[in-house]
Every structure is written in structure tokens, then in C-alpha cells.
Design a binder for this molecule. Structure first.
Ligand SMILES: NC(=O)C1=CN([C@@H]2O[C@H](COP(=O)(O)OP(=O)(O)OC[C@H]3O[C@@H](n4cnc5c(N)ncnc54)[C@H](OP(=O)(O)O)[C@@H]3O)[C@@H](O)[C@H]2O)[C@@H](O)CC1
Ligand SMILES: Nc1ncnc2c1ncn2[C@@H]1O[C@H](COP(=O)(O)OP(=O)(O)O)[C@@H](O)[C@H]1O
Length: 279
């Protein structure tokens, strides 16, 4: 049985103050692999969130037809077309976030299969999880550190059960995911859970206004950006989940739940990060 620990600022790591002589190489390099022709927006939201979390450099890896989203919304990011092989393109210190808007075509399958054998830190989300569910845990080779971020529908696919079963006992579902697949897990939805098998935390913030397309992509980028700056996997996941939920609450206070968009969560991240220790 994992030990329960509230996801509150006193139980979570914090980002260190930046040294005066810091340069962008000190704050990590996030690669977001996603962006099928129809879903460049998901990649772009994740990349933006990684930068807002403080990553030094962010690169989108997507289908050429989806580059326009990043070019328009995030000129600060660099770009790479889906390569035939990822291995030679990623530095050892990279954090790879895979899945936002990736789709489930042949190229996506090949890239996800290869990513499962890379040694760089990885965040598995969205279609990367759908492909993992289809192929099975054998795809996760080697000893890379991994964080997985399913919503209840994806968790159900990974556990070969129904969304209702996952939602009926969320703690049992996340325990089973950790046991089957290893790594750190984030089970999204009301009261998001984070567990590495030894600790289990529940996020006390968030609201149904966040049930809107793209808000999970923002979370993925946020985790990647914090992880790239040197936090450990469970710490980065827990902190990102709480910052994301607090940002969602501020956005809902300002705009109302019905009108809330994923980009409104993004817009509140700087404010939450600045005031985090006083939360
Ligand atoms: N702008 C863009 O480019 C965007 C692109 N996007 C990209 O789209 C791709 C597909 O991802 P997706 O999540 O939209 O589809 P999918 O996995 O079939 O999940 C839907 C089903 O899952 C369930 N479910 C979900 N949440 C639940 C909850 N909290 N609580 C309970 N159940 C929940 C629910 O199942 P049901 O309840 O019906 O059984 C629901 O019908 C992916 O690549 C993503 O990145 C999106 O990010 C949007 C913006
Ligand atoms: N009712 C809710 N209460 C709190 N948080 C929610 C609620 N609904 C959704 N969220 C949060 O919004 C995000 C939705 O992620 P996801 O379903 O992956 O969306 P998308 O695939 O569109 O990006 C998650 O972080 C989830 O925890």
C-alpha cells in the first residue's frame, strides 16, 4: 500500500532561484513529439507550457503540416519534422514528451516503439498511451525514467477495462497501472492522483471548466518543463499537476467554467508559479 501524502506546497519540491549568470542551457531541453496533420494545436499547447514552466529550450517534433501552429503561436520553439529515427536527434539530457496530437498512424507507431527503448526521460501522454495500450508493456524497454499521464478513458484502455471501473476506484486503478507498467503515474480528472507506487498524492484543486480540449496537453508540457529543470520525476509530476489545477481555478474565477479554454490555463501559469510558495 502506498503512503498517502497531500499534494500541497510543503510536500512538493520547488524550483531554485536562477543564478545571476544562468544561461538557457541550465534549464533543460524539452522535445514534444506529436502534431499529426490534424492536431498541431496539441503539440503547440504542450510546447508553450514547457516554456512557461521555465525550460531553457523547447523543440516540437511533428508532421510538417502541423508546423504552422508552432510557427504562429510559439516562435521561441525550434522544430523538427518526424524523423525516420529519433535516437540520433535527442541529446542525453533531453526530456521527451510524446503523444500530444500524435495520432495513431503508422509513423506514430514507429516513433512510439522507438521511444520506448530510448534512455532519455520520457512523458507518455494521449496517443502514445493509446499505442502503448495496443502493443503492451513490452514496448517499454531499458531503464529510462518515465511519467505517464492518462485521463480515465486512456487508463481504461491501458488496463483493458471500462472508464466507469477506473472512476469507481481511482486509487486501485493507479496502483494497477504502476504495477503493470512501472514509472510515475498521473491519473487525471477531478482530484488528480499521482503515484510512483510508494507514495500516492491527490491534488485538491481544479474544476470542471478544465474539461476542455487541450487542457491535458498543457499539463504534459508543464511536467516536461519542470522535469527538465532538475526536479525528480514524482516531484515534477506532483508540482505540475498542482500548478496546472491552480491555474485552472484562477482562469475559472476570471472567465467562468463554461468559457474556459486550455490557453486560459496557460495564461495563468506565470502567476501561479510566482506565488506558489504563498499558496
Ligand atoms: N487541439 C488539438 O489538437 C487537440 C488534440 N487532442 C488530441 O486528440 C487525441 C485524442 O485524445 P482525446 O483525449 O480527445 O480522445 P480519447 O483518448 O478518445 O478520449 C476521449 C474519451 O476518453 C474518456 N475520458 C476522457 N477524459 C475523461 C475524464 N476526465 N473522465 C472520464 N472519462 C474521460 C471518455 O470516454 P467515455 O467516458 O466516453 O468512455 C472520452 O470519450 C490525442 O492525440 C490528443 O492529444 C486533444 O488533446 C484535444 C485538443
Ligand atoms: N472535472 C474536473 N475537475 C478537475 N480537473 C479536471 C476536470 N476535468 C478535466 N480536468 C483536468 O483537465 C485536464 C484534461 O486532460 P485531457 O482529458 O487529457 O484533455 P485533452 O486531451 O483535451 O488535452 C486534466 O489535467 C484533468 O485533470
Amino acid at each position: 500500500m502506498p503512503m498517502h501524502r497531500d499534494l500541497l506546497p510543503e510536500n512538493l519540491p520547488a524550483l531554485s532561484k536562477r543564478p545571476l549568470a544562468a544561461h538557457k542551457g541550465n534549464f533543460g531541453h524539452v522535445y514534444v513529439l506529436g502534431g499529426s496533420p490534424e492536431m498541431g494545436g496539441a503539440l503547440s499547447l504542450a510546447a508553450l507550457a514547457a516554456y512557461r514552466a521555465g525550460a531553457g529550450l523547447v523543440t516540437g517534433i511533428g508532421h510538417p503540416q502541423s508546423q504552422i501552429y508552432l510557427a504562429v503561436h510559439l516562435p521561441e520553439a525550434t522544430w523538427m519534422d518526424w524523423p525516420p529515427r529519433l535516437a540520433s536527434r535527442l541529446p542525453d539530457h533531453a526530456v521527451l514528451a510524446l503523444g500530444p496530437g500524435l495520432g495513431q498512424g503508422l509513423a506514430a507507431h514507429d516513433l512510439v516503439r522507438e521511444a520506448g527503448g530510448l534512455q532519455q526521460r520520457q512523458i507518455w501522454d494521449a496517443d502514445a498511451l493509446n499505442i502503448l495500450a495496443r502493443i503492451g508493456p513490452d514496448i517499454l524497454r531499458g531503464a529510462a525514467e518515465r511519467i505517464f499521464t492518462p485521463h480515465p478513458g486512456e487508463a481504461a484502455r491501458l488496463l483493458r477495462t471500462t472508464t466507469t471501473t477506473v472512476q469507481t476506484d481511482r486509487e486501485a486503478a493507479i496502483a494497477e497501472l504502476v504495477q503493470r507498467y512501472g514509472g510515475v503515474w498521473v491519473l487525471k480528472g477531478e482530484g488528480t492522483l499521482v503515484s510512483d507506487g510508494s507514495l500516492l498524492g491527490r491534488c485538491p484543486w481544479g474544476n470542471p471548466g478544465m474539461a476542455t480540449g487541450g487542457s491535458g496537453d498543457v499539463l504534459t508540457g508543464l511536467i516536461a518543463g519542470l522535469w527538465a529543470q532538475g526536479l525528480n520525476a514524482a516531484g515534477a509530476a506532483g508540482l505540475a499537476v498542482c500548478i496546472h489545477a491552480r491555474a485552472g481555478d484562477l482562469a475559472a474565477d476570471e472567465l467562468g467554467e463554461a468559457s474556459l479554454l486550455a490557453r486560459d490555463i496557460l495564461a495563468q501559469i506565470p502567476r501561479v508559479l510566482q506565488n506558489w510558495s504563498a499558496t
